[in-house]
Design a protein around this ligand. Structure first.
Ligand code: PFF
Length: 479
């Protein structure tokens, strides 16, 4: 009775697609290429891959197991272990809340670009007469930023209101395979452009010169770790929630390996699409969060041009939009499930629709500063945190406040809450409940292969890596 009220996945394939859909998103297509472009290409890639194997896969399995064992979303799962641990679950839920606020701003911008290219296909100027300079124009257009933030949130909310089987699963099943196909088409197109080879070299030619000083190593470690959490959607309760909708006969380990595998594959593909394109069309890799928008548009409008450029531009942003929506529905689902679980616990009728609406409104509100501070470029409708505090890049503590609201929310989540949550979770699963993951994996009747590897990572590897990441973050507050 209770299970049917909470909802359950219709099939393993649907669960896998929804998990992969949640994992693959702006983190892969927007975050990975720009972070790699900023932190030296190959060195970042190597650290990233090591982190996925040692931390990402292990945490993901831990979260699936915790969710399925307790049958609860993030909030309730830790409480079910023991009341004193409930704070870990609530901490986990703060991250999706803050992330969705900036995710929806970016998603809204993606939607704006997509529509811009669409109308250009019909001969109408879709970029306010700005051509490839549209990015700077859009950042200062308050109405557009707010309107598209709202539109993106409404799309997300409508799907989540549909519930587990009817909404999220159906949508993910249809769009995820299409996404892969469109991506490959663009990669092939980019590969045929002269000069693209430099982009592949940047990604894959061994080069560790960046690590000549230790500080850069820790910076790359911190960036790669944040990217890993964000991209795999671990350490924020999402997989606990998804696992809780999973029936006992499903094999957990397989999913915990498949999701990171596909996610990493998509990140690499996104890199292989964007970085060689930058090389071919003379765009700077290291330009930061604007890379996806500013430079890809240059590629489509100035590089390719004409109908082909508009068509590729439309396909590309449509692909990014789809990926972003399948992630944002997961983010909103975590929040909604946390409240629906509480309503069920109290014996009340769950109010899924109303809960999703309330969260969407709250997220819109905290998304406003992100939408209106022009990514910290100054002179915007809303001041960035550092401007409000009167800090300059030389002021001590400047790094803590970062340079725009997006980075600020990102720093709180990727830099603090997620590594801290991962640290606490691995200590719990490694030392306090050492058999929980193994037992839950074996409920399906399959022997848990690799149990020793997982245990070792929970006990030692994850705590040490997370402490290093947290120390690097804390140190940056004082620099
Ligand atoms: N993993 C998503 C991405 O790479 O864009 C972001 C995300 C989705 C994070 C869902 C968390 C989540 F629950």
């Amino acid at each position: 009775m209770e299970t049917s009220k909470r909802g359950q996945w219709g099939s393993s394939f649907g669960f896998l697609m929804a998990s992969i859909g949640s994992a693959i998103g702006l983190g892969n297509l927007w975050g990975f290429p720009y972070k790699m472009g900023k932190t030296g290409g190959f060195a970042f890639l190597v650290i990233y891959l090591i982190l996925v194997a040692l931390v990402g896969i292990v945490l993901m399995l831990g979260e699936f197991a915790l969710g399925r064992k307790t049958g609860k979303g993030a909030g309730g799962a830790y409480t079910a272990l023991a009341k004193k641990y409930s704070f870990i679950g609530y901490m986990a839920v703060i991250s999706p809340f803050l992330i969705l606020a900036f995710y929806a701003v970016l998603g809204g911008m993606v939607l704006r670009y997509c529509l811009g290219f669409l109308v250009q296909l019909f001969g109408v100027d879709g970029f306010a007469g700005q051509g490839s300079g549209f990015f700077s124009w859009l950042l200062y257009s308050e109405q557009s930023m707010l309107l598209f933030l709202l539109l993106f949130l409404v799309c997300t909310m409508v799907i989540v209101m549909g519930g587990i089987k009817g909404g999220i699963e159906k949508f993910s099943k249809a769009v995820m395979p299409a996404l892969g196909v469109i991506l490959v088409v663009i990669i092939v197109f980019v590969a045929l452009q002269p000069g693209a080879i430099e982009g592949y070299k940047f990604m894959f030619q061994p080069d560790f010169s960046l690590f000549a000083d230790g500080a850069s190593f820790f910076e790359v470690l911190k960036t790669a770790s944040g990217q890993m959490f964000f991209s795999l959607s671990v350490a924020m309760g999402i997989n606990i929630t998804f696992g809780s909708y999973l029936s006992k006969e499903k094999k957990l380990q397989r999913n915990a390996v498949m999701v990171p595998l596909f996610d990493t594959l998509f990140a690499l593909l996104a890199g292989m699409m964007i970085l060689p394109a930058c090389a071919a069309f003379g765009v700077d890799y290291a330009q930061g969060p604007g890379l996806l928008f500013a430079s890809m548009q240059k590629v489509f409008l100035d590089g390719m041009g004409g109908t082909a450029g508009n068509l590729m531009g439309f396909l590309f942003y449509f692909l990014v939009f789809i990926a972003a929506i399948t992630s944002s529905i997961a983010l909103l689902e975590v929040l909604t499930a946390a409240v629906v679980d509480r309503q069920l616990d109290k014996g009340k009728e769950p109010k899924r629709k109303k809960t999703a609406l309330v969260f969407a409104v709250l997220i819109f509100a905290i998304g406003i500063p992100v939408a209106l501070d022009a990514l910290g470029r100054g002179g915007a409708a809303i001041q960035a945190p550092y401007e409000l505090l009167g800090l300059t890049p030389d002021s001590p503590g400047y790094a803590m406040w970062n340079d725009c609201w997006l980075d600020f929310y990102d720093m709180i989540t990727e830099g603090i809450l997620m590594p801290l949550g991962a640290l606490l979770m691995s200590l719990l699963l490694g030392w306090v409940f050492p058999n929980l993951v193994k037992d839950e994996c074996e409920v399906s009747g399959h022997r848990f292969k690799g149990a020793a590897y997982f245990k070792f990572c929970f006990r030692f590897v994850i705590p040490v890596v997370m402490l290093l990441v947290l120390a690097t973050q804390i140190q940056s507050f004082f620099l």
